[in-house]
Design a protein around this ligand. Structure first.
Ligand code: ARG
Ligand code: ZN
Length: 343
């Protein structure tokens, strides 16, 4: 139908993904029982139920280092679990926060949070950089910030972005959680129209998911020094501001850190990541968690857009998970090391 319309109006076009359904099928296939499949648990996408199970098992298997924290619940009353990784009890220890899955369809994002936790637990005392980071920082990891949306992408609509909150005034569902934070809320780059993908909600933190994260960070702002939010796609390392064209006070610092991270990715993985302040690198987008965390006082705040650059987009095949996560991991380590040495 779309092709017909385009043809009729003489719009030149090209099909980039002819087999979208096949790709979706490939992403949800559970080949864990097939011994011939070479992929590990972390190289596959997982349903929400599997991720909840993994959270529990990871805490249970690592009682000295991993704790589960319930930071709140979603609109549909699903728990928002964060893992706290803590490798020692040093006094005045600082922390970093990583959230994944704020946008439902960006599946490689939760996959990264799992990857990061697994890497930390496996390579502490083996890899020098992660050891140094974990010796000096606790890490809070929230694998699925938007569980209702994530669930919905598995059951009903693979391309869903927002949460699933219902409004009294329209039949359109969902708020863009990354437009719902209190940072120039709902100015240019967000919308008051509930039927758009960038609906900002009724008021800042109107959604239980954004409120839960904001409450947690408010009560931990004296320890959390680094905030990271993981998205896909487009391969970018972004930092404040996205809600205004003005420069952040420590812009140079943030720019240098992002640049160093991007250079490492290029050197080790031959992949290109753009970097810069959000508003100038992609678009004005107010109400984001990164800007909000920054204004709260977390001076090192980044949003990562992982692979790819559009070939598969949100439908990144499972075989690309390891590459995408490894290069993002390099960036996280580079930036976290810098934060550790600065403070
Ligand atoms: N693609 C992301 C979004 O639209 C970019 C987030 C950058 N940060 C921000 N505060 N807008 O949400
Ligand atoms: Zn996103």
């Amino acid at each position: 139908m779309v092709k017909n319309l385009l043809q009729r109006h003489a719009v030149t076009h090209e099909v980039l993904l002819a087999n979208a359904n096949e790709l979706i099928e490939m992403q949800t296939r559970n080949d864990s029982t097939d011994p011939r499949s070479g992929s590990t648990f972390y190289e596959r996408y997982h349903s929400l139920e599997d991720i909840y199970y993994w959270i529990n098992r990871t805490a249970h298997d690592n009682p000295n280092t991993v704790k589960v924290i319930l930071v709140g619940s979603s609109y549909e009353k699903r728990p928002l679990y964060a893992l706290k990784l803590s490798f020692n009890n040093r006094t005045n220890k600082k922390a970093m926060w990583i959230d994944c899955g704020i946008h439902a369809r960006e599946w490689v994002s939760p996959a990264f949070c799992l990857w990061f936790v697994h890497y930390s637990l496996s390579f502490y005392n083996i890899n020098q950089d992660i050891t140094h980071i974990l010796d000096n920082m606790d890490v809070y990891v929230l694998p699925v910030l938007n569980p209702d949306g994530y669930k919905y992408t598995w059951t009903t609509n693979r391309m869903w972005r927002k949460n699933r909150s219902i409004s009294k005034t329209t039949s359109c569902i969902g708020v863009d959680l990354n437009r719902n934070f209190d940072a120039n809320w709902c100015t240019e780059g967000a919308s008051h129209n509930p039927c758009t993908e960038i609906y900002c909600g009724m008021f800042p933190e109107s959604e239980p998911e954004s409120q839960a994260v904001a409450n947690f960070l408010r009560s931990h702002k004296d320890t959390v020094q680094l905030y990271l939010s993981i998205h896909s796609y487009s391969q970018m390392l972004l930092f404040p501001y996205s809600c205004t064209l003005e420069e952040a006070e420590n812009h140079r610092d943030l720019l240098e850190m992002a640049q160093e991270a991007a250079q490492k990715i290029r050197r080790y993985y031959r992949n290109t990541y753009r970097y810069g302040a959000g508003a100038k690198t992609i678009y004005l987008a107010p109400g984001g968690s990164d800007d909000w965390a920054y204004n709260l006082g977390i001076k090192y705040s980044f949003t990562f857009e992982l692979q790819d650059r559009g070939r598969y987009g949100f439908l990144l095949p499972p075989s690309h998970i390891s590459g995408a996560c490894n290069e993002a991991l390099i960036a996280v380590k580079t930036i976290a090391l810098r934060v550790v040495e600065k403070t």
